[in-house]
Design a protein around this ligand. Structure first.
Ligand code: TRP
Length: 365
């Protein structure tokens, strides 16, 4: 097995699944069965990518930071804690729907590989794994997450609870995992937790085009979306009384200090979250209580962030089911079923990739 060294010109080439599996850390004894795949060329490149993204975002008007960087191993653990807060109804509500509907989903899809984007601790997925494992002798589960730590933890928990489920974890971004979809068809891609809401409109368009292209006809997507509702529920959910969400926002800056040597005073960073009803989205910011000179070691560059700057760290869009269905049609997805809770707080959409329609050429239209 040859691992491509960092900085190699061929490193921009995509790894095949076989190469990815071959690159699993040698200290994983059962790596050929249950594995977490980490692309060995990514480590150095990832730090530089992080530094560039921070430089770009902090010097933009208005300033922002990409939400993907919230989820390092510490951030992922904090997010698990958010999900357990009494005000954060999303995880509980979605889990309740999954518990109710897992076997109906299984009936609708038949046997498929379960691929999950942003799988985290795979907690809610347990209901689906149970339903699929009950009806098939073996099930393949491919969780994809940017935190290798949480993938390993999830893999261990699943192998105990569901010994017939083979787990192949992929520690990478969503987009870099898209090329694997075709190899796992027939498949169902799980995109839960209303993570779609963390994309802006343009990112969402790019995402659905990518998923639509990467899937084979008749493959499925199970999409979780938080629905528009009374706004005080949002303000409470993103400002939990125990302050875990505030810690989660702060960890992004602690991570910038840890990985990029920035020296930001964390006491000067304050979590601010509120619902913007015009845009139907929660906006999450870090407010700077004093000026900070943010030094980015990998770039040897300092970005000055003035006092009172609001850095946007995340948006969480809220949805209307009918509009969402129409939108998804544009990307060749048919909505097969919609599951929701009694209060209609959260929606779970079972989508199926339609066969590619023969496209009319421009002059025929
Ligand atoms: N997908 C989650 C959501 O939109 C992510 C999330 C929850 C989040 N709480 C947060 C992101 C606080 C940033 C800050 O609800």
């Amino acid at each position: 097995m040859s691992l491509i060294p960092e900085g190699d010109p061929v490193a921009s080439r995509r790894l095949s699944e076989a190469e990815l599996v071959a690159s699993v850390s040698p200290d994983a004894p059962d790596s050929d069965v249950d594995s977490v795949i980490v692309d060995p060329r990514r480590a150095g490149a990832a730090t530089l990518e992080f530094a560039r993204s921070v430089a770009l975002g902090l010097s933009d008007t208005p300033p922002w930071l990409h939400s993907r960087f919230l989820y390092d191993d510490i951030g992922s653990r904090l997010f698990e804690e958010i999900c357990e807060q009494p005000e954060y109804y999303l995880t509980r509500t979605e889990a309740g729907i999954l518990e109710q509907c897992a076997s109906r989903i299984r009936e609708a899809t038949g046997p498929v590989t379960l691929i999950e984007l942003g799988s985290g601790n795979s907690g809610k997925t347990d209901y689906l794994l149970a339903a699929y494992a009950a009806t098939e002798p073996s099930v393949r589960y491919v969780p994809i997450d940017v935190s290798a730590g949480i993938l390993n933890q999830a893999k261990d928990a699943i192998s105990v609870r569901h010994p017939t489920v083979t787990v192949t974890g992929v520690a990478d971004t969503y987009e870099r995992a898209f090329p694997l979809f075709k190899e796992f068809s027939p498949a169902m891609v799980l995109f839960l937790g209303s993570s779609i809401g963390n994309f802006d409109q343009r990112e969402s368009d790019v995402f659905w085009q990518g998923v639509s292209d990467a899937l084979s006809p008749r493959d499925f997507v199970l999409l979780g979306v938080d629905l528009v509702k009374e706004e005080s529920l949002f303000n409470a959910a993103y400002n939990d009384a125990a302050g875990v969400t505030a810690q989660f926002t702060k960890n992004l800056f602690a991570r910038i200090n840890r990985e990029l040597g920035a020296g930001i005073d964390l006491d000067a960073v304050e979590h601010v979250a509120h619902y913007n009803s015009e845009w139907q989205r929660v906006e999450i910011y870090a407010r700077f209580l004093s000026r900070q000179d943010v030094y980015l070691e990998p770039l040897d560059r300092t970005i000055v962030v003035p006092k009172r700057t609001m850095v946007m760290t995340e948006i969480s869009r809220k949805y209307d089911l009918e509009k969402m269905k129409e939108y998804l049609r544009c990307y060749d997805f048919a909505v097969r079923e919609v599951f929701t809770d009694k209060k209609r707080w959260f929606g779970l959409l079972l989508l199926q990739r339609l066969p590619q329609m023969p496209r009319k050429s421009a002059d025929q239209r």
